[in-house]
Unconditional design. Sequence first.
Length: 482
Amino acid sequence: MTVAKVQRGRVVCGVLGVLAVLILPPAVQAQGQSSIDPRILKLIDAISEERLQQLLQKLSSFKTRNTCSDAAAPDAIGAARQWIFDELKRTSPKLQVSFDTHQVENIRGCQGAIELRNVMAVLPGKSPRRIYVSGHYDSLNLGAAGQQSSNSGAGRGAGGAPGAGGAQPGARGAGATPGAQPPRPVRDPNIVAPGANDDGSGTVLSMELARVFAESGIEFDATLVFMTVAGEEQGLIGAGAHARKAKAEKTPIQAWFNNDIVGGSRGGDGITDGATIRLYSEGPEDSPSRALAMFAARIGAAYVPSHRVRLMARRDRFSRGGDHSALNAEGFAAIGFRESRENYSKQHGPNDTIDGVDFRYLAQNARVNAAGMAVLALAPPPPVVTTERGQPTIDRRSSGYDAHLRWQASPGAAGYRIFWRNAWAPDWQHELAVGNVTEYTFPHMNIDDWVFGVAAVDAAGHESSVSAYVTPPRSADGGASD
């Protein structure tokens, strides 16, 4: 990231070879990324590969965790969720562990109505705003070839069978036409489905983070929620039910880090990548989810520099889905982590066993999640940069050529950092710390040519995600003509 450089009261920004010279007060200091907090480094270092392996060994030992399996069986969904509950309860007395229960009807592959239970552990903070991390604990068996059959076109349609990989409710395979193919036979939900990587990896990641955050001794401002979700394979059922309830109850969910298939470093094509992870987020540009994804990549680079977050400007992979999309549908900021190299033959079938998980890689992915969550939970909430009607609080000042930014003060903020980039660039190119103010003017910078955003920073240097000034819809600006 290019950092604006202060030279005797001037900020010089190089963008595509063009120098934009801004006259700024001498007191303004340019600053790089947030300060590194040694407490967060200690928290990250506490993440244990051994414990991740122990947890996953037990979780994948259940015959199946299919949401539609016999909840009373000793080796199916009911026993698995009770083990998760008990393990989280045992982890720390600081965690408030409960079942998030929903009565659900007409679930694809289930006979009649079922009681669906997400398992959640809450670590209370000083404020009610919530930051989640999740993985889905349910599993699926689509046959011996698993997801590879669907991806290669041998399944129902080129996009695979509905429901595979948490496809959106009602989604069809790519190119499918109503009535063109016979209905897929209902599969026995009680057949073997170990689900070690999909998504035992995300489940034990969330469980391990519950432990290290609870044992960290850090008093977080935000409330942290460690969620293991059911019903993902049937169409994001558990996450969707929780999101709708949270929206109805006005629960202040600030951010949701979803992890789904994050334990494999070797792809089915033989390529190994243990040094990067993909991160998907729903648009449009500068949406809250995109802002959260950029924040996670930025903080991950600071705290886990050996592990790179690869930002993906897509909601998810082709014809696939994840629980973060259910949160997006209800207006919450949520992002989805995915391993860089997938092995489709070890997804949605009996071959998704623990030998396909690289625990060093899984631990690194857990550390990236932990860094972003910890900074976000200690930082002030992101500034509000809109009016009550949703209009961006940015204008051109009386000159018509200056960028004038305003924002609401964030509780706990000791200062703010402004970010900007060329209007065609995908990520922030420049940044500037401006002190404890709630407005700022950039002389001779046309707001039509640049995208601006602002983050809140506390006294210790913990920085929020960036709130961007987004161009309002055409109808919202009065339909002014050109």
